[in-house]
Ligand binder design. Sequence first.
Ligand code: TIU
Length: 199
Amino acid sequence: MMIDMQRDFLEPGGFGESLGNDVSHLRAAVAPARALLDWARAQGLRIVHTKECHRPDLSDCPPAKRERGLPSQRIGDPGPMGRILIDGEPGSDFIPELSPLPGECVLAKPGKGAFYGTELSRLLTDWGVERLIFAGVTTEVCVQSTMREANDRGYDSLLVSDATASYFPHFRDSAIEMIVAQGGIVGWAAPFALLQAAG
Ligand code: TIU
């Protein structure tokens, strides 16, 4: 599960920066995420790339989400990478290093969790998947939401700790602590090197 490695979150001029964030904090996760992706491809694992975005008419964007905070630009407004967080605009696309290959599953999601408003549940059931490996951004928002949704649905989840990042580095660390506390109440975490060594 490669969560939301989109230009809108990682590059200047997108949704993340419009919320007042320093997007450079997310770069550290890119190389480990790419290594994870290459490894998963070599292992023949199913790969799902999610992208958080909305329909051009904003019919799947609750007003409460659009109106939240005091962003410099709101979802749907024009920006240097097209309309902010709108499906099909350049900003909603994946960063080049993490572009999906033909045949890999791409899921557009309107929410933070990847199960909400998507076909993910049905796909995982059809594939007979029981365990999920997570990477992407941001750790405490879309990654953690999706891991919690997966936990309630009975999946075992592992977060690759160096392939995820937050605009607030201490939130990344705290989110990982919350996930693995209490014997893995939500899931487990390990750096990519450990995953690779295991398997
Ligand atoms: N703002 C923030 O940290 N994240 C999001 O809005 N979406 C995702 O995490 N993908």
